[in-house]
Design a protein around this ligand. Structure first.
Ligand code: DGL
Length: 272
């Protein structure tokens, strides 16, 4: 038995959609979630900068005494998962592999679309993984720079978001994809808009439940699970505004958010 918490991070609140599945799948585990709101969005940034952020946050979470790190951000997974796995002394799980698997299994016409941030598209990790799993499947990627700010903003379900989704979906519809990977942990929040634009015949792939299962399996394999009879606690840290995190975060988590603690960027940089 291991009572240490699991560390989870994202550029902002998108990773709370993954934390939600973790809290449901492992109600007995403790979690500490860090949202890097001060540096959101990651998507337009160069990959080496995002990699540095991931390494800083990973080191900070390790210093908080976590037993595992979940990178609940596709951009950070794309840019720095391997380096973080090498640097950390605890297991590190990312969010891209389960989605690539699910997409290859779901497609019938072997044409898969990817909606993601610019960084995730540029990193090309989905192309590599999908090609490795099934070389006959083609991937059509579209970067969606407007979506993360809209989803974290005041009116995520408004006309501007619907318009942006129509614009980003158009090239994928023209390519006749039958499966679309939501390659950013923010996107499930606007799933109804996405599904309406693509139609019921297109399978939307998002892997929070599979990622949560992978975390649970890794804990079991390593023999570091907490006592299954207890109810776990979860706490939140942000480099951005604690008030914004508290009010907007519940929309992503769909569970209560009590306290949010502020972490200065200098504290992250000092640990790395
Ligand atoms: N949730 C992050 C991801 O999954 C958003 C990246 C961003 O901040 O642009 O990629």
């Amino acid at each position: 038995m291991d009572a240490r918490p699991i560390g989870v991070f994202d550029s902002g609140m998108g990773g709370l959609t993954v934390l939600h599945e973790c809290l449901v799948t492992m109600p007995h585990e403790d979690f500490v979630y860090l949202g890097d709101g001060a540096r959101l969005p990651y998507g337009p940034r160069p990959l080496d900068e995002i990699r540095r952020f991931a390494l800083e946050i990973g080191a900070y979470l390790e210093a908080q005494g976590v037993k595992m790190i979940l990178v609940a951000c596709n951009a950070a997974t794309s840019a720095g998962l391997h380096e973080l796995q090498e640097a950390a002394n605890v297991p590190v799980v990312g969010v891209i592999v389960p989605e690539a698997h699910a997409a290859v299994q779901a497609t019938r016409n072997r044409r898969v679309g990817l909606l993601a941030t610019q960084a995730t598209v540029d990193a090309g990790r989905y192309d590599e993984l999908i090609h490795a799993l099934d070389a006959s499947v083609s991937l059509h990627a579209v970067a969606c720079p407007r979506l993360v700010p809209l989803i974290e903003g005041d009116d995520p379900f408004g006309e501007e978001t619907a318009e942006a989704v129509r614009e980003y979906a158009a090239p994928l519809k023209a390519e006749d994809v039958d499966t679309v990977i939501l390659g950013c942990t923010h996107y499930p929040i606007i799933r109804p808009i996405l599904q309406r634009v693509f139609g019921r015949d297109v399978t939307l792939v998002f892997s929070a439940d599979e990622t949560a299962r992978e975390v649970a399996e890794t804990l079991a394999r390593k023999g570091v699970e907490n006592d299954t009879r207890r109810e776990g606690r979860y706490r939140f840290l942000t480099t951005g505004s604690t008030e914004t995190f508290r009010t907007t975060g519940a929309r992503f988590l769909q569970l209560p958010i009590a306290e949010v603690e502020h972490v200065a960027l200098a504290e992250l940089e000092a640990v790395a």
